[in-house]
Design a protein. Structure first.
Length: 460
């Protein structure tokens, strides 16, 4: 029942099928690339888009590598900031020193320095307008003695109360404020001690206890240089060994370290300021040099333009060339070497302007110059000289040539066109010689006479 499937039919069908499956060169090349990619990375076979190809390979008994294990995505790392393209700068700025160098850390002995900041207490500073009586001063002295006893016994609150009552009775006694400042140093309240010490010194600048109490309070705050000055001032008034030992062992060494570091910073700052000043001077000189070179180029162009054009611009341009350089466009054009060369060529030979008719830059400046001087080049561009002697007569006509030639063009090329064009002999005066007589005589003019040829008999 398959008798219709003949061998010839099979062959024909097979050939058609092969023709259908035939791949062009481009497809083969793409297939080659695809196979190469699979060789490099077999995991591509697990792509769902080509699952059919994977199934085909498996049907042929091919071993497909297992899919790669899924890796947990790493947290996105911020991309490093790409440096922005720097704008063109005339000169790089001088590099500044790092803040670490400028803020150099100084190692200090901070023994006894308190970290917490004490607040000023709301205590009485006495009434400055009060005039104490003898009884007030006597009572104030008794309270001061009691306060000192309480302080030596460690009763701080009682000592502060008694000192304050004594100050209220006699607010003009520097010793009372100095004693209360000494009390505040012992209880480590430097801000209050400095306030009372300053008050005592305003009443008596030579109170040594006030100077020393102030110096010790500043030491508690870690202000070594100020502390050294205050303690030294107290020592000059009333020397004592304990204060001197404090100065020599802690305060002065720290103050000297800070002084040296400060001098170093100041030296660096002066050097930095000096370099900045030199840089400013250098840039200013560069700007001046650039301005000088630009002015020099303009002056050179002005001299070249102002030398006079032969035959017409002798003696320079009327009114001077300075005015035209006020026009920024002309000044810019004259910076172009091509324009300067062209203008120099035109000065040497005005007829050379014809070479630059198609040069927009050259014609632009020519138009500008014409506009500056109301049409035409200032002073007039000399006319082109006539053809001396004229052109020799053509046989049968145009004897005598063009006498006088073409003069200069008026309004810029003085001289006009003298002489005009010579007559052309022939039937009509000035006409072309040898013209045949016209047969169309519509104006009833007499017919033209035959031409008369010159001969030796005509010569006088």
């Amino acid at each position: 029942h398959h008798s219709f499937i003949t061998p010839s039919f099979k062959l024909s069908y097979y050939n058609e099928y092969k023709s259908y499956l035939r791949m062009d060169a481009k497809s083969i090349s793409q297939l080659r690339v695809f196979v190469g990619a699979l060789k490099a990375d077999p995991s591509l076979l697990h792509n769902p888009d080509i699952s059919f190809f994977k199934e085909y390979l498996e049907s042929l008994g091919a071993t497909i590598p297992p899919p790669p294990a899924k890796e947990e995505p790493e947290p996105a790392q911020p991309e490093p900031a790409q440096p922005k393209p720097e704008a063109a700068q005339p000169e790089p700025e001088p590099m500044e020193e790092s803040s670490e160098e400028e803020d150099e850390v100084v190692e200090l002995d901070n023994t006894g320095v308190i970290d917490e900041v004490d607040e000023l207490l709301d205590i009485s500073m006495g009434d400055e307008g009060k005039q104490p009586s003898d009884e007030d001063m006597e009572k104030s002295s008794e309270l001061r003695g009691s306060a000192m006893c309480a302080m030596s016994e460690g009763n701080a609150e009682e000592a502060l109360k008694l000192f304050t009552e004594a100050i209220e009775l006699n607010p003009h006694a520097a010793a009372l404020f100095a004693k209360r400042a000494q009390y505040f140093v012992r209880v480590k309240k430097p801000a209050n001690a400095i306030r009372d010490a300053d008050k005592a010194l305003s009443l008596n600048p030579d109170n040594s206890l006030a100077h020393k109490s102030r110096g010790k309070a500043l030491r508690l705050q870690g202000k070594w240089e100020e502390s050294m000055l205050a303690l030294s001032a107290g020592q000059k008034i009333d020397y004592d060994d304990d204060t001197q030992e404090l100065l020599n062992t802690i305060v002065k060494p720290n103050a000297e370290k800070l002084r040296q570091a400060r001098l170093k910073r100041e030296s660096k700052q002066r050097e930095k300021d000096h370099k900045a000043k030199l840089e400013r001077v250098r840039r200013a000189k560069e700007e001046q040099q650039k301005a000088y070179e630009a002015q020099k180029a303009r002056d050179k162009a002005e001299r070249e333009m102002g030398g006079g054009m032969p035959g017409g611009m002798s003696g320079g341009m009327p009114g001077g060339m300075g005015g035209i350089f006020d026009d920024p466009e002309i000044a810019t054009l004259l910076q172009d070497p091509e324009v300067v060369q062209a203008m120099a060529a035109i000065q040497q030979n005005p007829a050379a302007m014809m070479q630059y008719m198609n040069n927009p830059k050259v014609m632009k400046i020519v138009q500008k110059l014409q506009g500056k001087f109301g049409g035409g080049m200032p002073g007039g561009m000399g006319g082109m000289g006539g053809m001396p002697g004229g052109m020799g007569g053509m046989p049968g006509g145009m004897p005598g040539g063009m006498p006088g030639g073409m003069g200069g063009m008026p309004g810029g090329m003085p001289g006009g066109m003298p002489g005009g064009m010579g007559g052309m002999p022939g039937s009509t005066p000035g006409g072309m010689a040898g013209s045949p007589p016209s047969t169309n005589n519509t104006n009833n003019n007499p017919p033209p006479q035959p031409p008369r040829f010159s001969s030796c008999d005509d010569v006088d």
